[in-house]
Design a protein around this ligand. Structure first.
Ligand code: AMP
Length: 437
């Protein structure tokens, strides 16, 4: 029997409805903030991710699923390396949403000079070749937003405020969430800070793990969240970004915090918060559900240099992403649920097979009126049709029998009270609609 790939999931039933519910909440909330939906391709040129996310990140180096067509695979195997491939032949499944959206913004010139910012949101599957475990999948789903062209610290604050409101509307108790924020500096102050952290790691080389020694040269800030406890203990004494910000970055960060305070959004400052992707500048943030044990349930930050890295004109940007599967786990751990109840329907039953044609016409009329309706397709008895109606949560049953059909009527049966009324057939759909409204 064929089986799904480890670390992937089928979405159906209540779990599918939960994912749709998350998108519905996003559409309404993000819409109120002026965001429109975008969908970019699930496969992009490798370079889109390399330029955006950074060559040295784990996501690009180890976790990206590369895509090759069968024909290309034969060439690759014959050549023994991908060196002969053209850029457009090197493809990958998207591991995150920002790089593709920014590529699209540049390619479609969505933020022409002097135009209003582009405010976009997406709900998409992401793919990462990670070792599957609870809350860590190879195909998972994210809702995310990208706001391009807004340098104002109010945009950082509004993104964070909108994110926290999103959790609230999904059913989280805000008191059981922890929002951490930090500033990572920008092109003016980060290079010098990075150098300081590199020197710090090398000065403590005998206490750090192999990975951190490698990171010292390519991505030293990542050592702040090394999986090795001892490395993190050592890093507790390392220089902090917040003490090394340039004046512009410090002013920006202070203003973001003032806006958050004004909106009554609680946060903790975590000077060691460095998000995994290279493109972040200034404000970064992450949210954790307390006692849920599933890691971060969302995070994001400002990425003022990313549009240039993707080949566009300098354009500031900020955004976040929220993982659906972790939200479902975290809500469940806190005693909540993302699931919405199954939709009820109207069941159309017939007393005997002679009325099957009338059932066909009645369900057609109900469905054309937008009423979710079901019928029997297996030749069941009336009694088992009623059982079936209960199973599909029918509130009303339309019963078509020989005698009432001959008079041009149908019987409406309330499945809870078992009360029955007769309605003329031409009025069936409006009568049903008004009863289930
Ligand atoms: P990131 O793009 O790594 O900042 O992730 C943003 C959010 O996506 C995280 O906070 C998680 O909720 C979710 N996420 C990231 N990686 C995975 C994964 N491998 N499996 C499931 N959810 C993930």
């Amino acid at each position: 029997m064929a089986q799904k790939i480890q670390g992937t999931e089928d979405l159906f039933g209540g779990y599918m409805r939960a994912w749709q519910h998350m998108q519905d909440v996003a559409r309404e909330l993000f819409g109120a903030y002026g965001f429109d939906m975008i969908e970019t391709p699930a496969i992009e040129q490798v370079d889109t991710f390399v330029h955006g996310i950074g060559e040295s990140t784990d996501v690009v180096r180890k976790e990206m699923f590369r895509v090759v067509s069968g024909a290309l695979m034969e060439n690759l195997l014959a050549a023994g390396s991908e060196r002969g491939l053209k850029a457009k032949q090197r493809m990958a499944m998207r591991p995150e949403g920002t790089a593709g959206v920014v590529r699209s913004v540049v390619e479609n010139n969505l933020v022409p000079q002097g135009a209003a910012p582009a405010k976009l949101w997406y709900a998409e599957a992401m793919f990462r070749g990670e070792r599957p475990q609870k809350g860590r999948l190879r195909q998972f789903h994210q809702v995310g937003v990208e706001w391009l062209g807004a340098p104002d610290p109010a945009a950082d604050a509004e993104c964070i405020i909108m994110l926290m409101e999103f959790y609230k509307r999904l059913g989280f108790d805000p008191a059981r969430l922890r929002l951490s924020i930090n500033s990572m500096g920008d092109a003016a102050c980060r290079p010098a800070y990075r150098q300081m952290v590199r020197d710090f790691i090398l000065a403590h080389a005998d206490e750090m793990c192999e990975d951190c020694l490698e990171r010292a040269e390519i991505n030293p800030l990542r050592s702040f969240d090394c999986k090795n406890d001892h490395c993190r203990e050592v890093m507790a004494a390392a220089p902090l970004a917040k003490d090394n910000l340039c004046d512009d970055c410090r002013t920006h960060y202070e203003q973001v915090k003032r806006y958050l305070d004004a909106a009554g959004v609680a946060y903790v400052e975590d000077p060691t918060l460095v998000r995994g992707l290279d493109y972040y500048t200034r404000t970064v943030f992450e949210v954790e559900a307390l006692d849920a044990g599933v890691g971060a349930i969302g995070g994001g930050g400002r990425y003022d240099g990313l549009v240039e890295l993707e080949g566009g004109k300098p354009t500031p940007g900020i955004g976040f992403a929220v993982g659906f599967e972790r939200i479902a786990l975290a809500l469940a751990a806190q005693g909540g649920s993302l699931e919405t109840p199954e939709e009820g329907c109207v069941y159309v039953a017939c007393a005997s097979p002679e009325q099957r044609g009338a059932v066909f016409e009645a369900t057609l009329a109900l469905r054309q009126a937008g009423i979710r309706s079901e019928a029997d397709y297996q030749g069941r008895s009336l009694k088992s049709q009623f059982k079936q109606a209960d199973k599909c949560h029918a509130r009303l049953c339309v019963v078509l029998g020989e005698e009432e059909l001959a008079r041009g009527f149908a019987t409406l049966r309330d499945m809870e009270s078992h009360e029955q009324v007769q309605v003329p057939l031409p009025e069936l759909a409006p009568q049903v609609a008004s009863r289930i409204a």
